[in-house]
Design a protein. Structure first.
Length: 531
């Protein structure tokens, strides 16, 4: 595959992945407006166990299949990749059915462990059982995506991801509108339909993959005939190598869900609020504000991840200088995008929450305070994902498991203590500590493996923090003119947020361009004049 075609394919998949994540983040705004905190509460409590079971059911195999197939195709052995695909479909179907049974039959036990109040127990069980249906088909579909990526064909995965997300989000919003506005139904039924959308979207995504598979099957058959080389690997050897690739991928994919599961399992026990307030806090912590925080994370990591394939190639060839350059590029890009975005979202916490969600004083006070504290966590989320990707690129992916387990254990131990001392922002403090420890472990491993000097990004970091502080001063001046950081109405919130984002962004980017930081971050070099 030519370099330009590989880069084009990577960019197509990056854009599709970001679009899918962005759509999956933003749908919560109209969904919350239609169903209220009750609908958000039920949806998120069902979706977190679903995401964990799904990650375990797929076992990281789709991405591992991509790496495996790519390796053996490069060696001319197309038949080994096809054998893995055929047997992998059977394995993914079995694990999908097993995951469905665990979630469907175990729903009452999961709800009991979480400690959901008695009157909501049956509702959460219902919604959890509805979403479990999707586990049956998603693993097989994910395997097909991984196989096509291993063939260096990114288009099928990009189209499938996009179609799946569009259909899922459309089904969520249309069904919620019909249930709540047309039939005047309950938030419970709306939440059940919203979680069923995971199955509907998965069917659409699987249909796209099947169409691509049927269309390209003759090409795949011709490759095997032209290049009949085989390594005659046994299934045991094949899957031993595959699982060595697969397990670390699970760590990155499951991290956020594990942290949210810990919150869900402890919030009812250690936060002493009345039931209505508690549901509002839980909805904001686990979905409403959390989705907003993930917007800068999705953008930064999607762009930085594009440097990882080149990083892996440089590491394989032993080019340490280029490896260090790619690490610098990935890290400074994440810092450049995430630090100002997280700081801006934090200072605009009350305004942004008032713009997208409820504007009444009690809900705004809770949601705005949580968002102000939660927004800086975006930097930790982004750095964990990028450092984990770097470790995968330099074949130190097992370290990610150690760092994840360390962070999760700290989160589990600190969550009750932090909630007792800090109340509703306690889970955020515990999350930040857990992620910080995971990042430190990843950074130490990167340093040992590559001899990378993190002082290489220290100067850029000083500039980024300095420009971010100036940007925050500009926003504070806007607050003084507009009467404060607490919005009186949604229209005022929209006006203030728009002005702050535009002026703050212009100031930050202008300073970065003026000092040359923007050029260094994007990897562009100054053109020299020719005489």
């Amino acid at each position: 595959m030519s370099s330009s075609k590989m880069i084009r394919g990577t960019m197509i998949l990056t854009v599709a992945t970001f679009f899918s994540k962005f759509l999956g983040i933003l749908f919560v705004i109209p969904y919350q407006a239609l169903t209220g905190d009750e609908g958000v509460f039920l949806y998120q409590f069902a979706y977190t166990p679903y995401a964990i079971i799904l990650s375990i059911s797929t076992m990281g195999i789709p991405l591992a299949v991509s790496k495996f197939v790519s390796k053996y195709n490069a060696l001319g052995d197309y038949e080994t990749g096809k054998r893995l695909f055929r047997t992998g479909l059977v394995l993914m179907t079995v694990t999908g059915v097993a995951g469905f049974l665990i979630l469907f039959l175990g729903a009452p036990r999961i709800v009991d462990l979480i400690g959901v109040p008695g009157q909501d127990t049956d509702h959460v069980i219902l919604v959890m059982r509805v979403v479990s249906i999707a586990v049956i088909i998603v693993p097989a579909m994910s395997l097909m995506r991984g196989y096509f990526q291993g063939l260096e064909s990114m288009g099928p995965t990009a189209v499938s991801q996009t179609v799946e997300q569009i259909v899922r989000v459309a089904f969520i919003l249309v069904s919620a509108f019909v249930v709540m506005k047309v039939f005047d139904g309950s938030a419970v039924m709306a939440a059940a339909m919203a979680t069923f959308a995971a199955f509907v979207g998965a069917v659409a995504g699987l249909y796209v993959m099947m169409r691509y598979w049927i269309k390209r099957k003759p090409v795949s058959r011709d490759r095997v005939r032209v290049r009949p080389k085989r390594y005659h690997m046994s299934l045991i050897a094949m899957y031993r190598e595959l699982f060595a690739y697969a397990v670390p991928f699970v760590a990155v994919g499951i991290a956020m869900q594990l942290y949210q599961a810990i919150d869900q399992a402890t919030l009812f026990h250690y936060l002493n609020y009345e039931e209505r307030t508690l549901k509002t806090v839980i909805a904001d912590l686990t979905m409403n504000d959390q989705k907003l925080v993930m917007i800068p994370v999705a953008l930064a990591t999607a762009l930085a991840a594009s440097a990882v394939p080149a990083l892996a190639a440089s590491h394989a060839s032993g080019d340490r200088e280029t490896v260090n350059q790619k690490i610098t590029q990935a890290l400074q890009l994440v810092l450049f995008l995430t630090i100002p975005a997280a700081a801006g979202l934090s200072i605009l916490g009350y305004m942004v929450h008032g713009l997208f969600y409820k504007i009444d004083p009690e809900s705004l006070e809770i949601g705005g305070r949580i968002l102000r504290w939660y927004a800086p966590s975006a930097l930790f989320f982004a750095l964990f994902q990028v450092t984990a990707s770097i470790l995968q690129g330099i074949n130190r992916q097992r370290v990610t498991l150690v760092s994840l387990c360390s962070g999760v254990m700290l989160k589990l131990l600190l969550n009750p203590v932090c909630m007792l001392f800090f109340g509703m922002i306690g889970p955020i403090v515990a999350t930040d500590i857990g992620y910080l420890v995971s990042i430190m472990i990843n950074v130490i491993a990167i340093r040992k493996a590559t001899n990378y000097r993190f002082s290489m990004i220290a100067q850029q970091l000083v500039h980024i923090i300095g420009y971010t502080m100036i940007m925050l001063l500009v926003i504070q001046l806007i607050f003084l003119v507009c009467g404060g950081a607490f919005p009186a109405s949604r229209w005022i919130a929209a006006l203030v947020v728009t002005i702050c984002v535009l002026l703050g962004g212009i100031v930050y980017l202008a300073l970065a361009r003026w000092t040359g930081l923007l050029r260094r971050v994007t990897g562009r070099t100054r053109r020299t004049r020719t005489s």
